[in-house]
Design a binder for this molecule. Structure first.
Ligand SMILES: Cc1cc2nc3c(=O)[nH]c(=O)nc-3n(C[C@H](O)[C@H](O)[C@H](O)COP(=O)(O)OP(=O)(O)OC[C@H]3O[C@@H](n4cnc5c(N)ncnc54)[C@H](O)[C@@H]3O)c2cc1C
Length: 309
């Protein structure tokens, strides 16, 4: 089976870069393509303090080191790839660029991550990483003894609000409806927590601040009153969007669009593996993405070895 590369990896976040390190170190020819910059979501975070072995680093520094490591084993890493199509169904997989060029590979690891769903309100982009966060596990500690808001009313919003109460001085949960879409025990935990104040029936209008975030502005859907909730930080948990648009119809996905995998991170398509945040998984962290990258690469290597045997 002739192809340009043994393994093509889609995505140069922690999952894809780790897969690249393992696959290239096994002397396979490996190409990592990213439609944006190297690093994935890690470039959105200035401080990473929960990656073992690094007391403190920036997401960008961590991913640049991973990329260097992958390149040192011969892996080719190409950011800003202008892709127009991906074919995962054929025996030889391929991607096509917008200029018509095509690259083929014998196996593919999809590590295209995802993006937290945003509210799409004024000043949101401006304060992401500077007051607005989408990850309590990652950033909760930075708001120790400070007031914060949590936007959302599902399981993750309420669970994270309770978890953030170990750090923050006060948490205002701002929710769009007059009832939560969460399991009863999670709602009960949030209601019982003395640090948590529930602000229901509020549509978030904008984020307020100058250098840093100072308030979340919302409108009461019943009275029409506009309320500014004074905070130093705001955690937004209104869903997650996996980056699977280019793969549509080719892999089995969950109802939320996450790629379904087995324990070896095989997808529904032979020779195609998935790693990191793009797949259906409960925990989305750098450490879990890195672990997935390892497993997916080793499974892809097994697949290539079996194909020869
Ligand atoms: C603001 C923020 C702060 C965070 N802080 C922390 C933290 O402190 N600690 C921690 O452990 N975790 C943190 N996380 C979570 C962590 O960043 C993610 O879990 C991790 O980056 C997932 O890695 P990944 O490689 O699976 O996906 P991603 O990091 O999402 O990388 C996927 C890459 O694939 C690319 N891509 C998308 N579509 C395609 C395509 N079709 N073809 C090719 N490439 C494509 C994207 O451009 C992206 O570069 C944070 C997340 C956010 C949003």
């Amino acid at each position: 089976m002739d192809a340009d590369y043994d393994i093509l990896i889609l995505g140069a976040g922690p999952a894809g870069l780790t897969a690249g390190i393992y696959a290239a170190r096994a002397r396979r020819s490996v190409l990592i393509l990213d439609t944006a910059t190297v690093g994935g979501q890690t470039v959105l975070t200035d401080k990473v303090t929960n990656y073992p072995g690094m007391a403190e680093t920036s997401g960008r520094a961590l991913s640049q080191t991973m990329a260097q490591q992958a390149r040192s084993f011969g892996c080719r890493v190409t950011p800003f790839a202008r892709l127009s199509a991906v074919d995962l169904a054929s025996a030889v997989k391929s991607v096509t660029y917008k200029n018509g060029d095509r690259v083929t590979a014998r196996a593919v690891i999809v590590a295209s991550g995802g993006v937290p769903r945003q509210l799409g309100v004024d000043n949101e982009d401006r304060f992401v990483g500077r007051g607005i966060s989408f990850c309590a596990t990652c950033d909760g500690e930075f708001f120790t003894d400070r007031p914060i808001a949590v936007v959302g009313g599902g399981n993750s919003a309420l669970e994270e609000a309770v978890s953030l109460s170990q750090y923050a001085s006060r948490i205002t949960v701002i929710h769009e409806f007059d009832h939560f879409q969460a399991e009863p025990w999670i709602i009960a935990d949030a209601r019982a927590n003395e640090k948590i104040n529930l602000l229901m029936n509020q549509r978030v209008l904008s984020f307020v601040g100058d250098e840093g975030l100072t308030a979340v502005r919302s409108r009461d859907k019943s009275s029409g009153d506009v309320i500014d909730t004074a905070v130093d930080g705001c955690f937004v948990f209104v869903g997650y969007v996996p980056n699977t648009t280019l793969l549509a119809g080719q892999l089995a996905l969950s109802e939320r669009g996450e790629i379904l995998t087995d324990d070896a991170l095989r997808t529904s398509q032979p020779g195609v593996f998935a790693a990191g945040d793009v797949r259906q998984t409960r925990v989305r962290q750098i450490t879990t993405a890195v672990a997935d990258g390892t497993v997916a690469a080793l499974s892809a290597l097994d697949y290539l070895n079996e194909a020869v045997a």
